[in-house]
Design a binder for this molecule. Structure first.
Ligand code: TYD
Length: 202
């Protein structure tokens, strides 16, 4: 079995950069790696992207939660689980912790957890912690427009949710490690590699 590693955080926390660096690091160690993300590149992921960009009529949050969960189910069946079974390490940029942190502002967390209860639990989740003020600066400096959740007070709330819900899941036995991701990119990468090195290869 490959190892299932998830990276999480608010918008602009550097998830994609760190996911790519980790994939390159594992590949250099001759580990087979799949780098993937949610929303996925599948059909439901494409629909979600349209909604995030405001190109569909206003879709309320329960519907978004169902779309994210459906996309995750499709992603697991078609990409993640088959690769893990082949011995490939899967690195996923966002997973159910994002649904819990983002959608629980408007949707009951219990319902979100039920929706996602059939999903494979990651072997390791890395939570990249960066204050919302810092990520908002990065977002406005690097992009032409902002998406659905990219607003300061929303991101502050979502970051608090990430921290609180991670604590709950940790108590239930999930392996979740929070990292101060305001540090330089290389330093954050090094800490992530150290955490991944602790995961047994089966
Ligand atoms: P993002 O990860 O920034 O991807 P891209 O680089 O394509 O913009 O965008 C995904 C957005 O969707 C981000 O704001 C987080 C949000 N999201 C949820 O609200 N719930 C979820 O379950 C997932 C996977 C993402």
């Amino acid at each position: 079995m490959g190892r299932f590693i998830v990276l999480e955080g608010i918008d602009g926390s550097g998830i994609s950069t760190q996911a790519r660096l980790l994939a390159e690091y594992l590949s250099a160690q001759n580990r087979p790696v799949l780098l993937t993300k949610e929303p996925s590149s599948g059909p439901i992921g494409a629909l979600i992207r349209q909604a995030l960009q405001g190109r569909l009529q206003e879709i309320e949050e329960h519907t978004m939660a169902l779309l994210f969960a459906a996309d995750r189910c499709d992603h697991l069946q078609n990409e993640i689980l088959p690769r893990l079974a082949e011995g490939v390490d899967v690195i996923c940029d966002r997973y159910y912790l994002s649904s819990f942190a983002y959608q629980s502002r408007q949707v009951p967390l219990d319902w979100l957890r039920t929706l996602n209860s059939g999903c494979r639990v990651p072997d390791l989740t890395i939570l990249l912690q960066v204050p919302a003020e810092v990520t908002m600066e990065r977002i406005t400096a690097n992009r032409y427009g902002t998406e659905r959740y990219e607003e300061l007070t929303q991101l502050q709330e979502i970051l608090n949710n990430f921290i609180a819900i991670s604590n709950t899941l940790q108590k239930e036995g999930e392996r979740i490690v929070a990292i101060d991701a305001t540090a330089p990119i290389k330093q954050v990468h090094k800490i992530i590699c150290q955490q991944v090195a602790k995961l047994p290869i089966q």
